[in-house]
Ligand binder design. Structure first.
Ligand code: G
Ligand code: G
Ligand code: MN
Ligand code: NA
Length: 258
């Protein structure tokens, strides 16, 4: 309740900001996209983690306003980076199911792009599998409209949702993000690693057949990175490659990879 009330003020009081986590080529380490992640710094409570406040915002509906703010801020940031580097930087923005299924969501995307004068191809939206499956009718039409705009779609936490694979074939999806629980098992030899390895191989295989990009999430060790690259995974994200970064550090990482 305390957090909930504090969160009401957070946006207008300027306590929210975005950080940016590089999504890198596993072949050469170059940064290909930046995932935007919300951060909340409260004047007395300090940093409140997204894992704590996003679920609150999802349950009371605040995520609709917060998510709209994040989407607009991400587009503005991409525009500034594109101006300062002369290169097209793609930002990948998490969108909650409640926000995605708002009737005006596609309009919101359109106006965020227009106001930032950002090409749609510089924006990717991350949806979880369960979000897609829960409201397939609504989601399908929004996805088609976004595709027509030129916005990219990534499926987040892929492989953990309660879902069917047919939507990968039937919906305009550009990218799947292999959930970090599978990647974690690559370097912990006793946790049914053979299943996680098989699942990762299967996802990479399906993605190749359907011409989808694949990102491995939660890459925390060099061994995981080497295994994923050898399995044919294109892109990775995780603490071994880079933690989420503040604006300036993210720009440096994009221009000159580690
Ligand atoms: O950044 P961190 O690992 O603390 O994020 C925790 C959770 O909060 C993750 O599930 C992440 O997807 C979610 N999250 C972070 N930023 C955003 C955001 O801008 N919008 C939404 N909907 N979720 C976010
Ligand atoms: O659900 P989603 O994938 O959007 O969650 C993103 C969250 O994952 C962010 O809050 C980010 O801080 C966190 N994260 C990023 N890299 C790693 C990693 O290597 N390991 C773990 N455990 N979490 C990570
Ligand atoms: Mn994500
Ligand atoms: Na994820």
């Amino acid at each position: 309740k305390l957090l909930e009330r504090a969160l009401m003020q957070a946006m207008s009081a300027g306590q929210l900001h975005l950080v940016y986590q590089p999504i890198c080529s596993l072949a050469d380490g170059t940064v290909k996209k930046l995932e935007t992640l919300l951060r909340w710094t409260h004047p007395t409570l300090g940093m409140v983690s997204a894992a704590e406040f996003i679920p609150i915002a999802e349950s009371n509906g605040q995520i609709v306003a917060i998510g709209a703010w994040a989407l607009r801020a991400a587009c503005q940031q991409a525009r500034r980076w594109n101006d300062s580097t002369g290169r097209a930087i793609t930002v990948s923005v998490n969108v909650s199911p409640l926000q995605f299924t708002q009737a005006n969501f596609v309009d919101l995307v359109r106006s965020a792009l227009d106001d930032a004068n950002l090409p749609a191809s510089a924006l990717e939206i991350e949806l979880t599998e369960s979000a897609v499956m829960r409201r397939l009718d609504i989601v399908r039409s929004s996805l088609r409209e976004l595709q027509q705009l030129g916005v990219k779609i990534a499926i987040d936490d892929f492989g953990t949702g309660y879902s069917s694979l047919s939507y990968l074939r039937d919906l305009p999806i550009n990218c799947v993000k292999i959930d970090r629980s599978f990647v974690r098992d690559l370097s912990t030899p006793r946790r049914a690693p053979q299943f996680s390895l098989a699942i990762i191989e299967a996802i990479i295989g399906i993605a190749a057949t359907l011409d989808l990009q694949v990102v491995a999430e939660g890459v925390e060790t060099g061994k995981q990175l080497d295994m994923l690259r050898d399995l044919g995974c294109d892109l990775g994200q995780g603490y071994f490659l880079s933690p989420p970064l503040e604006e300036n550090a993210a720009l440096d990482a994009f221009i000159a990879p580690p």
